[in-house]
Ligand binder design. Structure first.
Ligand code: NAP
Length: 263
């Protein structure tokens, strides 16, 4: 198993893509810490995953420095090490540019971007200390998006946060390369989670997405978990500072795809 006995923190893992990553990591042999703000869903997720391997839940708002400090301390207390961090927690706040509220801009940036910075710095301090005392380096995987490069006019803070996360990935990778600590990102396209659930009941919205998705289907969270598992594994031992896009072909597409009628 590629993550046998590794300790992995996955933020925002009570549901959606984060939960799929937590599940995949547990199946790959990791001891997983689910960090989220939804305590009920987080505890339930950890309970489910414990039937497959080892998982625990820790409450953590990634935008809060003290919560992050506590997450690292509690993980080290429980497992004595942290080998992998997945910065997955993320939110959206839709509004036209002219109506966008400052608070919404700040909220999205503080979770999606500052949260990844706080968690990365706190975990990297532990990883560097370990390397300096002869231990093996760990790695960080950020959950970016195709919207780190492409843009949606009524998702300004989200696109800005993911663009920032792309630069955070590169700059952190360069800073930590000398310790052997790798930092990469996954850039999903449209993935079927609660974030996208409304599309299921809206044929026009689904058609819009399909017209920009050459593989003509919405992705499954497990397909993002597979990329995260690769980046977290030794198979990616010489990969750092990269974003791997898993988007059904959207990024290379210029125009649109002809979408067949649904019967
Ligand atoms: P999701 O289903 O909404 O799950 C996100 C989880 O993060 C929820 O459990 C949420 O809790 C939690 N969370 C929110 N704020 C948090 C905070 N401050 N601290 C810790 N946890 C927090 O989202 P998803 O679709 O799985 O997305 C996961 C990641 O993938 C995000 O970074 C997103 O930007 C990225 N992504 C998703 C897609 C997609 O199509 N789904 C595409 C590209 C990128 P609450 O529910 O209580 O808020």
């Amino acid at each position: 198993m590629s993550l046998e006995n590794k300790v992995a923190i996955v933020t925002g893992a009570a549901r959606g893509i984060g939960l799929a990553i937590a599940r995949r990591f547990v199946m790959d042999g990791a001891k997983v810490v689910i960090a989220d703000v939804d305590d009920e869903a987080g505890e339930a997720a950890a309970g489910d995953l414990n039937s497959l391997g080892e998982a625990m839940y820790i409450h953590c708002n990634v935008a809060e420095r003290l919560d992050v400090r506590n997450l690292v301390a509690e993980t080290l207390n429980a497992h004595g090490d942290i080998n992998v961090l997945v910065n997955n927690a993320g939110i959206v706040a839709g509004a036209d540019f002219l109506d966008l509220e400052e608070d919404d801009f700040d909220r999205v940036l503080s979770i999606n971007l500052k949260g990844a910075f706080l968690c990365s710095q706190a975990v990297a301090r532990h990883m560097v200390e370990k390397v300096e005392s002869g231990g093996a380096p760990g790695c960080i995987v950020n959950m970016s998006s195709i919207n780190s490069v492409l843009a949606i006019p009524n998702q300004i803070p989200y696109c800005v946060s993911k663009g920032g996360l792309s630069q955070l990935t590169k700059a952190t990778a360069l800073s930590l390369a000398k310790y052997g600590i790798r930092v990469n990102a996954v850039g999903p396209g449209s993935i079927m989670t609660d974030m996208l659930a409304s599309v299921n009941d809206d044929p026009a919205a689904k058609n819009r997405i399909m017209s920009r998705t050459p593989m003509l289907r919405i992705g499954d969270p497990s397909e993002i978990a597979g990329v995260a598992a690769f980046l977290a594994s030794e198979d990616a031992s010489y990969v750092t500072g990269q974003t791997i896009f898993a988007d059904g072909g959207r990024m290379p597409l210029n125009y649109t795809v002809a979408v067949p009628d649904e019967d």
